[in-house]
Each structure stands twice: as C-alpha cells, then as structure tokens.
Write a protein that binds this ligand. Sequence first.
Ligand code: RB5
Length: 145
Amino acid sequence: MKIVIGCDHAAYEMKEAVKAKLEADGYEVMDVGCHSSESVDYPKYGHAVGKAVASGEADRGIAICGTGIGISIAANKVPGIRAGVVHSIETAHWTKNHNDANVLCFGARVVDLHTALAMVDEWLSTEFAGGKHERRIKEIEDLDF
Ligand code: RB5
C-alpha cells in the first residue's frame, strides 16, 4: 500500500516520525512536504495529500498540522476525499469503520507521538463497515457535484 503524507511546520517532526514508522512497517511512502520546521502555509500540503489520493497516485493519505483542522479542511476540498480529524485511537477507529476516511488528519500540538503512531496503526488496520455506512458515503460523494 502506498501512503502519501504531508504536514506544515508545526508537524514536521511528527511527520518524519510517522513516515519512519510507516517505512519500517513496509509501506511505500510518498512525502509531499513540508521538509523543515520553517513556517509554511498548510493549505498547499493538505491539498497535495488529497490530490494524490483522489488521483490514485496513493492509496491513502495522512495530513498533519498543529491541530489537524486546517490541513483537513484543505484536503477535503478535493472531490472524493474524506479527511477525518482524529485525536484518539477510538476516533481513528471510527473514522475508518464508519466514515471510510481515505485521509487521516491529526495535530502535532494536540496529540503526543505515541498516540499519533497508535492512531495510524488503528486506522490502517480497521475495515470499513459498509452496509448503511456505504449509503452515507455515497450521499457525501453526491455532495461533490
Ligand atoms: C500553524 O500555526 C497552525 O495554524 C496550523 O498548524 C494548524 O493548526 C491549522 O489548523
């Protein structure tokens, strides 16, 4: 599985740690930046993660900023993207199981690294429940057009 990852300056160090963990776990990782802790604007990176997933260049995406909120708003601008902001293993579970989130977002200023890595594991290992949730996902997709 290929995972695209992006961040802003607030999350650069956490992004590097998440990327290292994914690579150690055998995932192919596409890093769309940023590449240092120098201040940048998060919309560009959230959008780049969303574009890579929506185009099929990557299977899933991870986008991290200070809170996870700004970068998720940017990723969700791309049609077909379901970017969910999570802050716990439980929310990481449900954002896949119920929302079939294809981009996982979180904030380096609001979750510690241990929690972040555990959320990534949970999201990657959780199955989408389908059924009535499939219908709701389709309703979300219809909002894109
Ligand atoms: C950057 O200071 C901060 O605004 C950003 O990382 C993020 O939290 C926005 O939602």
